[in-house]
Write a protein that binds this ligand. Structure first.
Ligand code: FAD
Length: 320
């Protein structure tokens, strides 16, 4: 099948939206267009690894994003969804697809205890706003370098809770049919680090928080951030946790980091990628790291942990 790779289909709607929504800045941004070709994914991922995306589309709002999905389906063009690229390992050969990046789809509205958020809204800004506004429920996900769409897709969280604790609705566009639907919380069945929504693009979400004392919520948020920063290599190029914490037959989770550490693999290195000495479930790109280095290190760690502990680690990081 020959693919007609798009280079200009989305410029028109993008331009219109930009001019309508962004005022004076619009001309400048519209001139760069909503579509770029051969964009290095190493610039768009926190691991700083990955070859070029053949086409990168950055719609400005949910409506344009759904249109991108429908056009890709019509033309049978492969499509991948990118948020902030903080849980991705991308092949150095690049991505032979249209990559729809939600980074420019930013809008956050707060009404009473509810937030109406577009997919590209940075998670950290929303969590800080909630704390300052005396709204509780997301203190524990401070420091996750995600966008709202990526956080929902991955059900981002940690030991203090996860984003689905506060999700009320999610609006999705099916990557199979292009249909847009708003799902209530009761219609969704999220799992550990997985929204379980199937092949969809998350367009927007409504999150419902609990009113509380702003001072106490700010203090808890800050405490969690300091604790996270002390335990994890947050300033180095990584893709977050490489493996999920394994769940035993009794339903209890064990720590992948502990298993890796007990296997003596902190500091293990292949090429330019190293198991973090600070937190063993993070791999660090120490400079010039290649996707093949990261993949080889994943295999090595998985095999060694399986041999020592009889546990097969499953990747949390998404591999493109
Ligand atoms: C320093 C550091 C700390 C981290 N700490 C945590 C933590 O405490 N807890 C935690 O859970 N994670 C953590 N992570 C991992 C990562 O931030 C989360 O998995 C986050 O949810 C990914 O969001 P993103 O926008 O970067 O998504 P991306 O990395 O861009 O994408 C991840 C996956 O989600 C899909 N996706 C992205 N956006 C959408 C969308 N709008 N619709 C549908 N699918 C989409 C992508 O296709 C891909 O499969 C950390 C990462 C780093 C680098």
């Amino acid at each position: 099948m020959s693919i007609e790779w798009p280079t200009c289909w989305f410029d028109e709607p993008t331009k219109v939206k930009l001019l309508k929504l962004q005022g004076a800045d619009a001309g400048k941004r519209a001139a760069s267009g909503g579509v770029r070709t051969d964009v290095p994914m190493s610039d768009l991922t926190t691991f700083r690894i990955g070859g070029p995306a053949r086409v990168l589309v950055e719609p400005l709002d949910p409506e344009s994003a759904a249109e991108v999905v429908r056009r890709a389906l019509e033309r049978e063009v492969p499509l991948r969804i990118l948020g902030n690229g903080s849980n991705l390992l991308v092949n150095d050969a690049g991505v032979d697809a249209v990559v729809l990046c939600t980074s420019r789809m930013r809008r956050a509205i707060r009404e009473d205890n509810k937030y109406y958020l577009w997919a590209g809204t940075p998670l950290v800004g929303f969590v800080n706003d909630a704390a300052r506004s005396g709204l509780s429920g997301v203190e524990g996900i401070i420091g996750v370098p995600a966008q709202i769409g990526g956080a929902i897709a991955m059900n981002a969280g940690g030991r203090w809770g996860e984003i689905f604790d506060v999700v009320e609705t999610v609006t999705i566009c099916s990557l199979e049919t292009g249909e847009v639907r708003t799902l209530s919380r009761a219609e969704m069945n999220p799992r550990y680090r997985d929204s379980n929504l199937g092949r969809v693009l998350v367009l927007e979400a409504t999150l419902s928080l609990k009113p509380g004392d702003p001072k106490a919520i700010v203090a808890t948020t800050r405490e969690h951030l300091l604790e996270k920063n002390a335990a994890q290599p947050v300033t180095e190029p990584s893709a977050g946790c490489i493996f999920k914490n394994p769940i035993g037959a009794d339903g209890r989770k064990s720590s992948a980091a502990k298993l890796i550490e007990q296997t003596g693999l902190k500091g293990a290195r292949i090429g330019g990628v190293e198991v973090s000495r600070k937190h063993a479930n993070y791999f660090i790109n120490i400079g010039g790291g290649a996707s093949s280095d990261a993949l080889a290190l994943i295999d090595h760690v998985r095999q060694r942990v399986a041999k020592e502990h009889g546990v097969t680690l499953e990747t949390e990081v998404k591999i493109w």
